[in-house]
Design a protein around this ligand. Sequence first.
Ligand SMILES: [Zn+2]
Ligand SMILES: [Zn+2]
Ligand SMILES: [Zn+2]
Length: 434
Amino acid sequence: MKTEGTAEGIERFSSAGKGRGLRALTHYKVGDLLFTCPAYTYVLTVSERGNHCEFCFARKEGLSKCGKCKQAFYCNVDCQRGDWPMHKLECSSMCIFKENWDPSETVRLTARIIAKQKTQMEKTASEKLLTVIEFESHLEKLDNEKRELIQSDIAALHHFYAKHLEYPDNAALVVLFAQVNCNGFTIEDEELSHLGSAVFPDVALMNHSCCPNVIVTYKGTLAEVRAVQEINAGDEVFTSYIDLLYPTDDRNDRLKDSYFFNCDCKECATKGKDKAKMETRKMNEPPKPETIRDMVKYARNVIEEFRRAKHYKTPSDLLEICELSLDKMGDAFEDTNVYMLHMMYQAMGVCLYMQDWEGALRYGEKIIKPYSKHYPPYSLNVASMWLKLGRLYIGLEKKSLGVKALKKAIAIMEVAHGKDHHYIAEIKKELEDH
Ligand SMILES: [Zn+2]
Ligand SMILES: [Zn+2]
Ligand SMILES: [Zn+2]
């Protein structure tokens, strides 16, 4: 194993069987900050326009809009000026295409990378250990379906960004999209709502584990990486690329599909949590293995169906998909089974969207306990669930339950986000106000 570069307490190295990776040079205790990485480039998601500043991602009321397209919102003139090199790629195009302007977020982010690469010649502060051009593309592993998706993204890039971008040739664009697909990040808020997409090269250097020793959180468009387990000098630093709720086979299908590898972490080797995650109903005789297999297949199909349906079905139709599938899976699965929890979580999201607070709370109360068991001790999924519950309780005048839940969220977030994060200050303010 040889050293290829350092940045204070961490270094890039060749990890056996995993290619390059990140290694600690010093000891970190739980909650310690390992490093930060400013976004190389980023884009605010369309549905959050007006809620967050396009440039610094600050969430506030009364942002001022771009006078030309009236679609981008900023804190002040400085943020607007700062964003112009990126916003100009879309401003006039949005005016021309109007309601037909609909490039995917991947296309929007990739357009910004191309623009950035044209103007930024030297290495950025986001690339101390890994540069964007070094990103893995896994080009040779792409199947036809993935290649077709990339080609339609390239078509959209040409369609919506023709005026302002000089494009690399098609082969180079295929590589770039493939790189973005396996190295891009999504930025979420404290309730895990999607805020946007970004490229954080140094963060992308970390390999995956289902028992990660760090968590990535965001302060505006800055990524911060903190220890959630004790890390010793010489240890590899692992983050998780995926939602860790699911059983081992399911997790590995997701990893294989998006990142082209199988995980060999301790959790994947021992499958220690699989039994609890796949809890079946206690009946006179245990359900047959093929019954469970069929039900898992059904569950995974319905998850996919719901994911697609979200884009075009009404909330009440979506809630019906959730309820029907919970009813069917409930024949074989306990309420603590992760596939039941997945659909309850979706149902809770629909209830929140419909402002059915009691409905959301009912689902949330069923989810939180098994969630805490299935996820690692410090998990953003668990923290955000406590936070949602706490805010629901307080909104519904159940003050003492609300305070208890918000304190649970804070306890996790003080480790994952750091004690001085503005999210924690905001939650503490909510506690004081009630
Ligand atoms: Zn701003
Ligand atoms: Zn504009
Ligand atoms: Zn694993």
